[in-house]
Structures are given as structure tokens and as C-alpha cells.
Design a binder for this molecule. Structure first.
Ligand code: MN
Ligand code: MN
Length: 450
């Protein structure tokens, strides 16, 4: 276990490799800002590396409704002895457009949003925002939209009150009350349509949407449009040792998991990578880990592999499986060290963080891995010289959080939480250490090969 900066253990050549790895990571973050984009990116990469949506092959993948991906690699051993499973999530906190979002007020076209996941609302004001997603038109055609990512694209933003006038309305309130959810309204346009007499600014926006995208106002009803920060992943620090970007919870795990499975050849045990959706709102819905897709996928896989699969066998396989619940953790904040208990906090730059339990108020909602299994993972990481640390999310009763670990633990498998420590977690611009990202990849690689 690392009690000092992991950089001290790396040679010049290794540091070069870590920095190169971070370049690919940034590319992933810039091209996978939504769960749909992440699923498509992951599926593309898997295909390049010989994975097929064909269950008789050794490397198999399937996509569930464009938002969830599962990838399987056959092992030397039969699946009857269980699988090595790693699960990461590809959704991230954001603002979703409401189903009837567009209106005009004070000569501005505005879009109403409903936030998704745990955000601090004030962080989303006064900065460039992009619009990503799909619109299902009345005729059933699907229009994909990405606006705000190219240098030549327009961006959008949410207004904030000038400090001259915010004293009563914001400054004297609690931080959590100062910006209400209904105030996260996106400025979308300001120019009236010539010749229109009513709601001319809104009319102008509708005309552009019709001309450019072939969509009408009612089409928003069947759309999933997400507002995300418009900025790109960047190196942070004069030494370029860190990455600043939106969506690193949990795409830090998704990227490293993808890297760990895609060139995996003939591992000892069968390996399974799960890239799941909806974790930030409780893993609900038919693309979240609680849905039946995992069952269905494995059934198809085992059938394809010539195994006489039935419900009882599937249950046994899952019971004997070993898993890592790959999710980020909050690193020790330099300015607010008091919310952490430093002896059990994780630190930026000390490698992948293992958390025996998550939860809140006395481990409520935690999966709490068995000591035997923590011991097994600890021995594995030590043997493979992974730089790792342990971490609890904050001081007791300070708050807390959960992961998907408990939903997979329902099957009876052994599962342990681990992932990259982040600063500014759940903000529009999260911060990671390039070393931790690389060690997360190495840890997943080592787990799959065990
Ligand atoms: Mn997460
Ligand atoms: Mn999260």
C-alpha cells in the first residue's frame, strides 16, 4: 500500500508511457461526453480488436439500446468455475432538457432543464455548454445532435446574477438554496424572426431547428438531449501530471476497463467487462445494472459457447464469480481536509484506491467486501506491483455515497470497490492524476489475467 506519491516509484520511461496513455484517455473523454457516445466509442474499439456480436466467438460484445455495453472474453477454464468481472458506469451528472423545454421571455429563447445525478447547481452557471443527444422525430427517424464541441460551433450558457444585485437573492442564502433547479435554464438564442409578430425569437430558433435538423417543437417530447460542459480535456499543472475534464466519474474506469479487456488474449478465467448506464440515478431503468440485460447476455454467451445453460447453472456461475466495482473516489481535498479522515482517505497520485465499503451513516447501503476477498485482491496487486492505496469516502457521518457493487453482490459473487481518486468530483471539471489513471488500467489488467 502506497503512503507517498506513486510518481517516486516510476522511471523516466514509465512516466513517458503514463503520459502517452493519458493522451488516449483525453481523446476518449472528448468523444464520449454522454452514455450513448461512450457506448458507441467502446463498441467501435471492441470491434477493431476482434470482438463481435456473435456468441459463438471467443471475444463477444453486445450493446443494449445504445447506452450499455457488455464484452466477454472466453478463458482457458470453463465458466462453470465463475468469471472475472469488472463493472464501470458510463453516465455522468449533467442537465437534461425537459420534454417541453423551449420558451421565450425577455426577448431570449430559453431551454428548461432537469438535472441528472448529484450536482452542485451553482457550478453550472456562466460557462460554455454543449448540447448532445438524440431526437426521435414524429416519423420515427432519429436525429443525432452535437452542438458546441467544434471551435466553429456556437455554445450555450446559463445566466448568473451579477454580484451588484445578488445580495438578497443569492449571497445571504445557503449555498444549496442559492440556485434552484428550475433556474438552470439555458440561453439558446436572442434574434427575432423577421415578420413574426408573436414569440419571434422562439420562432427563429424553431426555423433553424427545422432547416438544419428537420425537427419541430413537438419532437422534443421524444428526445434525450443533454447539456454538458463544452470544454475539452486538458493537462493540468505546470508539470502536466493531471487531467482536467468533464465526466471522469466514471469514464476514468470505463476507459481503463476498455483498455484492459480489448487486447486480452486467452486469459485463465473467462472475463466480462460491463459498461453500464444510470448509475448516477440509482442504476434504475432498462440500461442500468439492475435490469435483466446481464442475465440475457450471459445466457446467450454460454449457449453460443456450447454450454447447456439453465437458470440454476447461471446462478452458480454468478455466485462463483469474482468482481471489481470500478468507480472513482473523492481524493483528499487540500482546502477542505476536515471532511476526510486522513489516515483512511485516498490521495491524488498514490495509485488506484480500494474501498472495502462505501455507504453512509454506519455503512448503510454498502456492499462491504469480505476480508478474505480484500486479501486476495491485495495479494494480486502486490504481486503485480500495482501502485494502490485504500480510501474511505470522507469522515464518518460527513456524507457518503454508493456504487453498483451491492447490485452485483446480490448474485452472491465476491465484489470489491476500487477506482481512480478524483478532486472536484461530480463537478463540471473533474481532476485526476495521470499516474492513478494508468495504475487503474494496470490493476484491471492484472485482475483479468488472474
Ligand atoms: Mn461513479
Ligand atoms: Mn458519481
Amino acid at each position: 500500500m502506497q503512503k507517498q506519491s506513486g510518481w517516486k516509484l516510476k522511471s523516466k520511461e514509465e512516466i513517458k508511457e503514463i503520459f502517452q496513455f493519458a493522451e488516449e484517455y483525453k481523446d476518449f473523454l472528448d468523444n464520449a461526453k454522454t452514455e450513448r457516445e461512450a457506448a458507441a466509442y467502446i463498441a467501435r474499439c471492441l470491434k477493431v480488436y476482434g470482438f463481435q456480436p456473435n456468441y459463438t466467438r471467443k471475444k463477444i460484445y453486445a450493446v443494449n439500446r445504445g447506452k450499455e455495453v457488455m464484452a466477454y472474453v472466453a478463458g482457458k477454464e470453463s465458466p462453470a468455475e465463475g468469471l472475472n468481472i469488472i463493472v464501470a458506469h458510463i453516465d455522468a451528472p449533467r442537465l437534461d432538457l425537459k420534454q417541453n423545454p423551449l420558451y421565450e421571455d425577455v426577448d431570449l429563447a430559453l431551454l428548461r432543464t432537469h438535472y441528472y445525478g448529484g450536482i452542485k447547481k451553482y457550478q453550472w452557471l456562466a460557462m460554455p455548454l454543449a448540447l448532445h443527444g438524440v431526437v426521435v422525430r414524429g416519423d420515427g427517424d432519429i436525429v443525432e445532435i452535437v452542438i458546441g464541441e467544434e471551435e466553429s460551433d456556437p455554445v450555450f450558457m446559463i445566466d448568473d446574477l451579477l454580484p451588484h444585485l445578488s445580495r438578497k437573492t443569492q449571497d445571504e442564502k445557503k449555498l444549496s438554496d442559492a440556485i434552484e433547479g428550475e433556474k438552470l435554464t439555458v440561453i439558446f438564442g436572442s434574434m427575432p424572426l423577421m415578420g413574426a409578430d408573436k414569440e419571434a425569437v422562439k420562432e427563429q430558433i424553431l426555423k433553424i431547428l427545422a432547416d438544419k435538423y428537420g425537427i419541430v417543437e413537438d419532437d422534443f417530447i421524444s428526445a434525450e438531449l443533454e447539456i454538458v460542459p463544452a470544454f475539452k480535456a486538458r493537462d493540468v499543472g505546470l508539470d502536466r501530471s493531471m487531467v482536467g475534464a468533464y465526466g471522469q466519474d466514471d469514464r476514468a474506469s470505463a476507459f481503463t476497463l476498455l483498455q484492459a479487456i480489448y487486447d486480452l488474449e486467452d486469459p485463465q478465467r473467462p472475463c466480462l467487462a460491463l459498461f453500464t448506464d444510470k448509475e448516477e440515478i440509482g442504476s434504475e431503468g432498462n440500461t442500468g445494472i439492475k435490469s435483466a440485460f446481464l442475465h440475457l447476455f450471459l445466457q446467450d454467451v454460454f449457449q453460443g459457447q456450447g454450454i447447456d445453460v439453465n437458470e440454476a447453472l447461471l446462478r452458480k456461475i454468478l455466485f462463483k464469480s469474482k468482481a471489481l466495482s470500478a468507480d472513482v473516489n473523492g481524493a483528499l481535498n487540500p482546502m477542505f481536509q476536515d471532511v476526510h479522515e486522513q489516515q483512511n482517505a485516498c490521495y491524488l497520485g498514490r495509485g488506484i484506491c480500494i474501498s472495502k465499503f462505501t455507504g453512509h451513516m454506519g455503512k448503510v447501503g454498502a456492499s462491504d467486501a469480505n476480508a478474505e476477498y480484500v486479501g486476495e485482491i491485495r495479494r494480486l496487486f502486490t504481486k503485480d506491483k500495482i501502485i494502490w492505496q485504500t480510501g474511505e469516502l470522507g469522515k464518518i457521518d460527513e456524507g457518503g455515497g454508493g456504487t453498483v457493487a451491492k447490485y452485483l453482490a446480490l448474485y452472491g459473487m465476491d465484489i470489491l470497490d476500487c477506482g481512480t481518486p478524483l478532486l472536484t468530483m461530480h463537478s463540471p471539471y473533474e481532476l485526476s492524476s495521470k499516474l492513478d489513471i494508468f495504475e487503474t488500467y494496470r490493476a484491471f489488467n492484472s485482475f483479468f489475467k488472474s
